[in-house]
Design a protein around this ligand. Structure first.
Ligand code: HH2
Length: 263
């Protein structure tokens, strides 16, 4: 999954795509490099980020969504927590709704149930503004797993079939480095009813903590984390550096497929 943030302030690529045309070009380039899904975001969720009004988020996302639905053959995901934008995006052909609040906003379950888009449910402790102030868990893997299972069950109860759901532990969303590493080590324990697991590790702060590198220097670390996550069971990796990640995953697939082969 290639990330296209149409925001002025995303930590990873904020301000890179100033207008819809640049975002559309970037998304097409990601698909040419091997992205199987494009995720468009119109509101930054980095720690401390300010909320964006609906009209502004809609104006950022909708022109890019409509153009990509018309131009590309891959599913287009919209990263939003706003039910009105979810409904409009589904109507315009979005193949996935990616909600960092796991459809907990009022009206989000009903909005997501309209149509047949896939739904990514992500775990977050707290809210972006304050989530990195002393996050705590007794057992992070058990708590994140229980949350995701409860949200998936709420979706099923609201009429969204389980086959449309994807689960995401939400790396960096109300989590210390230790919490993130525990979730990565034990990713498979988060699996619920065999649903796919999505991870977003690309360029995140934990890479700064592990390598001492700034955001623009985190490609090698991001690719390493994507590979480790895929080895541990992640089915979808949400990344900014599509070509490099694709190469790493091809190598992993070749090694896995060759198991049992005679040399
Ligand atoms: N991470 C970010 C945003 N959306 N969605 C899912 N499902 N999983 C994630 O880990 C995730 C996400 C944050 O990264 P980014 O989009 O690069 O930055 P920003 O939120 O500042 O736009």
């Amino acid at each position: 999954m290639g990330v296209v943030n149409v925001t002025p302030d995303s930590f990873s690529d904020g301000g890179r795509f100033r207008g819809p045309a640049q975002a559309i070009t970037a998304a097409c380039a990601m698909v040419a490099e091997g992205a199987a899904i494009i995720d468009i975001g119109g509101e930054s969720t980095r720690p401390g980020a300010a909320a964006v009004p609906l009209a502004e988020e809609r104006a950022r996302v909708m022109p890019v969504l409509s153009a990509l639905v018309a131009e590309l053959d891959v599913p287009i995901s919209v990263d939003t927590s706003k039910p009105q934008l979810m409904a409009q995006a589904i109507e315009a052909g979005a193949g996935m709704i990616n909600d960092v609040r796991a459809l907990r906003s009022e009206g989000a379950l009903a909005a997501a149930a309209s149509g047949s888009a896939a739904i990514c449910l992500m775990h977050m402790q707290g809210e972006p503004r304050t989530m990195q102030k002393d996050p705590r868990y007794a057992d992070v893997v058990a708590e994140v797993g229980a949350f995701l299972a409860a949200r998936a069950a709420a979706c099923v109860a609201a009429g969204i079939p389980a086959e449309r759901l994807v689960l995401d532990p939400g790396f960096g969303f109300g989590k210390t480095l230790g919490h993130n590493l525990a979730l990565l080590r034990d990713l498979e324990r988060l699996r619920w009813h065999n649903l796919p697991i999505l991870v977003g590790l690309s360029r995140k702060r934990m890479l700064g903590e592990l390598t001492g590198r700034d955001v623009e220097e985190r490609m090698a670390g991001s690719v390493s984390l994507a590979l480790l996550a895929a080895q541990r069971g992640a089915n979808i990796v949400r990344v900014h550096d599509v070509g490099a990640t694709r190469d790493a995953l091809r190598i992993l697939e070749a090694v896995q497929d060759s198991e049992g082969d005679e040399p």
